[in-house]
Write a protein that binds this ligand. Structure first.
Ligand SMILES: Cc1cc2nc3c(=O)[nH]c(=O)nc-3n(C[C@H](O)[C@H](O)[C@H](O)COP(=O)(O)OP(=O)(O)OC[C@H]3O[C@@H](n4cnc5c(N)ncnc54)[C@H](O)[C@@H]3O)c2cc1C
Length: 423
């Protein structure tokens, strides 16, 4: 029936997007006693949350734009195996994002953003075990830390400031010799001069399994799932309506926009601009790699990660700026695999599966979590988690639940407000 109210609860919360962020928000809102409807246009968990590297990377509290990065960008763009690519057709559209990104790389800005992100990361790290326990997925998470490996002393020294900044915010690390690394990871090629162990890091069996299990837990708690594409968010007296593209309307008292990179048009239609780009990432999963890694391994020089998932060894990384519509360029996955062979030379590649996903990235690497300025009581924002959506989902959800119930925020919410893009 066209334009009739067909779903939602008048006092309930409507969450747009059933990726890891929307699902975790739905759980936290439900646990706070609210009635919740989760809406997604596609199969739940099927976008960025499906194929990521599966890391709870709570050590990663510094923004992507590092001091001095400006000078590396041209070299990266020219290198076919480099970590960064930009399709020329997308350059003009992404220019405001890039200008802000480059401005972020100043030392004092990096310090300020790290101070903002660290409490979200800390809260999420503390919340993950309880959430996993309640959802019955504690056995899907391995907490052994991660290793960053360095082929040159120069690359190790270049990261010294980043390690020091993390340490100032309580993120521990341990520097390892080549011999200590070989003992921990005997299947790695003996080419590394140094390694750093970050204990505050876990990895999951399969990120897709995690988001689906969390969704099942949300449904058990009484969350309702609706299939449909949200075209508009409307205010109607005390109610908020989601107008779906098929003509249906869902009603509630609040809306949470958690649509990943597709949140931008919904947020901007209500009058708050946001710098949000798809930072397309690629990976290849090798189901029977024939080698064993005990930790996720980050190549400092190659800027990619090897994660030993239960479904195989996942080789992932890359940052490609080409918008959400351009088809994947799996040469990026091939390039990552070429780099990975240097780390694990004997790796078996039969049955390899390639994947591309859209990281919802802001130029300052902080997500947008907070109230929509045009409708602070009715519309909450939870998107833009970039490289760290799986990592920071529980802390995000806790803040959203606090805002929805006018409760005490679990950490300082100021760094995450969308108004930071207004200037
Ligand atoms: C290669 C790669 C590796 C990564 N590795 C890691 C990692 O190891 N650790 C980590 O923490 N993070 C990692 N990330 C980042 C992480 O995957 C994302 O930050 C996270 O998945 C974002 O979750 P989300 O719920 O915001 O978005 P998504 O998972 O993209 O979900 C958004 C959902 O909203 C729905 N939606 C959007 N608009 C609408 C609408 N109008 N109507 C209805 N539904 C809508 C979509 O259908 C989708 O299901 C990685 C990302 C990539 C690409």
């Amino acid at each position: 029936m066209e334009n009739s109210l067909e779903g939602g609860a008048p006092e309930g919360v409507l969450v747009v997007g059933a990726g890891i962020i929307g699902v975790c928000c739905a759980i936290a809102l439900r646990e706070a006693g609210l009635s919740v409807t989760l809406v997604d246009r596609g199969p739940p968990g099927n976008e960025a949350s499906k194929g990521n590297a599966g890391c709870l990377a709570a050590s990663e509290i510094t923004p992507m734009a590092a001091p001095g990065m400006l000078w590396k960008v041209p070299r990266w763009l020219l290198d076919p195996l480099g970590p960064l690519s930009l399709r020329p057709a997308h350059l003009l559209k992404a220019l405001p994002w890039f200008l802000r990104f480059l401005a972020t790389g100043r030392t004092e800005t990096v310090s300020r953003l790290t101070a903002g992100l660290a409490p979200l990361s800390q809260a999420s790290w503390e919340l993950w075990p309880g959430l996993a326990e309640r959802a019955g997925i504690a056995d899907q998470i391995t907490t052994k830390g991660s290793l960053t490996v360095y082929e040159t002393e120069a690359a190790f020294q270049a990261d010294a400031e980043d390690r020091a900044l993390k340490a100032r915010h309580g993120v521990p690390h341990q520097v390892l010799t080549a011999a200590e690394l070989a003992e921990l990871e005997p299947d790695l090629a003996p080419r590394f001069k140094r390694a750093v162990l970050f204990p505050r890091w876990a990895h999951v069996t399969d990120p897709y399994r995690i988001v689906l299990k969390l969704l099942a837990h949300a449904l058990e708690l009484g969350v309702t799932l609706e299939s449909g594409e949200v075209a508009a968010i409307e205010k109607n007296g005390k109610a908020r309506h989601l107008r779906l593209t098929d003509g249906r309307i869902l009603a509630g008292s609040k809306v949470v926009i958690a649509g990943g990179v597709w949140s931008k048009p919904l947020c901007e239609a209500l009058g708050a601009s946001v710098l949000l780009e798809s930072e397309r990432g690629y990976n290849t999963t090798l189901p029977t790699p024939g080698i064993t890694l005990n930790h996720p391994i980050t190549s400092a020089e190659g800027k990619f990660v090897l994660t030993p998932l239960a479904i195989g060894l996942r080789v992932g990384g890359a940052a490609e700026f080409a918008g959400t519509e351009a088809p994947p360029n799996y040469k990026r996955s091939d390039a990552l695999l070429t780099l990975a062979r240097r780390l694990v030379p004997g790796v078996k590649e039969e049955g390899a599966v390639q994947w591309m996903g859209h990281r919802p990235s802001t130029p300052d690497s902080l997500p947008v979590i907070g109230r929509h300025p045009a409708d602070p009581k009715g519309v909450l924002l939870a998107f833009g988690h970039g490289h760290l959506g799986l990592t920071n989902a529980p802390g995000t959800a806790a803040l959203i639940a606090a805002l929805a119930t006018d409760g005490e925020p679990p950490f300082n919410p100021a760094p995450f407000i969308v108004e930071r893009f207004a200037s």
